[in-house]
Design a protein around this ligand. Structure first.
Ligand code: FES
Length: 109
C-alpha cells in the first residue's frame, strides 16, 4: 500500500483529533503522547466528522460528536451504539517530524 505524508507531528495537538485531507481521504489523525493514530474521519452511522469528537485517551477511542458512538483507534470497530459498522484505520509511521500513513489509494502527483 502506498505511504502518504499526513502532516507534521507538530501539527497535532496532544489528546485531540486533527482532520487531514489527503489523497481523496478525510482522515482523523490522533496524537496521544508519542503515539499517532489515523482513522477515517467520517462516522459509519452518518456524515459527521469524527475529528470534531472527543478523544478517549485511556480507552484509545474517538467519540462521534453526533450520536456518541465511540470507535477504536486501533481497529475502527464501534464500541457503542448506534453505529454498528467499522470505519477504516491506517497504519501510521512517525519519521522524525513527519507523520505518514499507508492508504488504500495512490496519492495524486
Ligand atoms: S452520526 Fe456518528 S454515531 Fe450517529
Amino acid at each position: 500500500m502506498p505511504e502518504v505524508r499526513l502532516c507534521s507531528l507538530d501539527d497535532l495537538a496532544p489528546d485531540t483529533a486533527t482532520r487531514v485531507d489527503v489523497a481523496d481521504h478525510k482522515i482523523a489523525v490522533v496524537r496521544i503522547g508519542d503515539d499517532v493514530y489515523a482513522i477515517d474521519d467520517t462516522c459509519s452511522h452518518g456524515r459527521y466528522s469524527l475529528s470534531e469528537g472527543e478523544v478517549w485517551t485511556d480507552e484509545l477511542e474517538i467519540e462521534c460528536p453526533k450520536h456518541g458512538s465511540t470507535f477504536s483507534l486501533l481497529t475502527g470497530t464501534p464500541q457503542s451504539l448506534p453505529a454498528t459498522r467499522p470505519v477504516a484505520v491506517y497504519p501510521v509511521r512517525v519519521d522524525g517530524a513527519d507523520v505518514y500513513a499507508e492508504l488504500a489509494v495512490e496519492p495524486k502527483p
